[in-house]
Design a binder for this molecule. Sequence first.
Ligand code: TXE
Length: 480
Amino acid sequence: MTTIHNYINGTLVPPAAGNYLDNYNPAIGAVYSLIPDSDHIDVQNAVVAASAAFAEWSSMPLDKRSAVLMKIADLIDRDLSALALAESIDQGKPVKLATVVDIPRASANIRFFATGIQHFSSEAHITGNEAVNYTTRSPIGVAGCISPWNLPLYLFTWKIAPALAAGCTVVAKPSELTPMTAYLFSKLCIEAGLPKGVLNIVHGLGPKVGQAIVEHPQIPAISFTGGTVTGKRIAATAAPMFKKLSLELGGKNPNIVFADCDWEKMLSTSIQSSFSNQGEICLCGSRIFVERSVYDRFVTEFVAKTTLLTVGDPLDDKTKIGPLNSEPHMNKVLSYIELAKQEGGTIMCGGKRVTVEGRCANGYFVEPTVITGLSPDCRTNQEEIFGPVVTITPFDTEEEVLAFANSTHYGLSATLWTENLTRTHRMAAALKSGIVWVNCWLFRDLRTPFGGMKQSGVGREGGWEALKFFTEAKNICIKL
Ligand code: TXE
């Protein structure tokens, strides 16, 4: 059984108190590794190391800093298969998905920011003939990065890469539910020659390690991705300390289908946007709204395609739906399916836990589930379920579907299916979400600002926004 270590000051170390937590493989429902149950002492050690490393890392010539990060990205590519396997075992996602999407996107994140920093510039303003203003952007210091369990290495690197590229040193905490790829990543950092203390990874529970990072007075910026409830707690701690905050939270995203769309493309993409990664992606379109004239056809064809999705061993290439990430999470998803029934919904397919034969007999599998007949304002349609569960609701007009789509506290993403250009612009402008995908889903350009409106978050990640987040601007005004 692997024992995971913290990565502090350039070395792999056990937690100070010597305590460990069980780490489960969700496909088999059994413990397969141990993770440090770290506490504020480990966080303090990490902050001391990160503070000591800051002066050298932040002043390192950009091409040199960039080269170390590029080396780490190369090592991720070299170890693609091993990392994909580890992520599949740790998280439950089909290994194929980890191989094709998660791990390649992790190295792409690092390359993007490692090269981006070399093009990052600040501004100068000539104020009439009276003054010159120029702005400097300096790395903010030790950054705190806290990431979730659904896309472990991908979201971990999405947070730490801009911080490191900008010249910050980092204290990071991966989710205690999926620590393995961050642990393997720390070994790659050592191999790549990342100077000691530049990145420190402290494993453990959110309320212990996460909270200690958020509370630490020497960490001026916190970048967090996770649940909205946790985000609120982090904001409540960090805001009175005047920390910079980037909160990437939950979603309850609408997927809006007009009759004039490219049907086949819409149908196959909607299956992906509903059930990829077992629906455990904050950008999944869990509320599908369909124009009434094509509603019956959509339900029939969508349900038929859903029932063809293979639920099974994530290490099998045929598997489309692996286990949910943990037993409590599976129970939460199942409880929402029960709630949907109580709220008057009809389960068109799925709805139950699945027993997969063989080694996965005790895994946390749930059938992909399609529910109709619910009102847009019921709890099932308002709260984030974060599993393979979607609802389908008919609509009559643009105004009506906009009201449905915008009716939740969330505002992360929306997908729109139509070939009508003017409607596209009208709807895209009126949808209250940080990103609107038109005739596609999950298409990514790392230069674009990424984040949510309303309770889906605060701040924007991606591109210059992320690099700016990890720097502090100063304006210098020289009177001529
Ligand atoms: O996430 P948490 P959970 C949603 C999804 C899910 C729900 C809860 O609906 O069911 O959130 O999931 C750390 N201070 N999303 O409970 O707790 C924690 O250790 C500092 C959406 O697993 O938010 C982990 O590293 N940190 C989401 C990280 O926060 C704390 C992805 C996220 O865990 C902390 C995941 C604290 N007090 C869940 N408490 C998305 N937007 O992609 C916990 N953490």
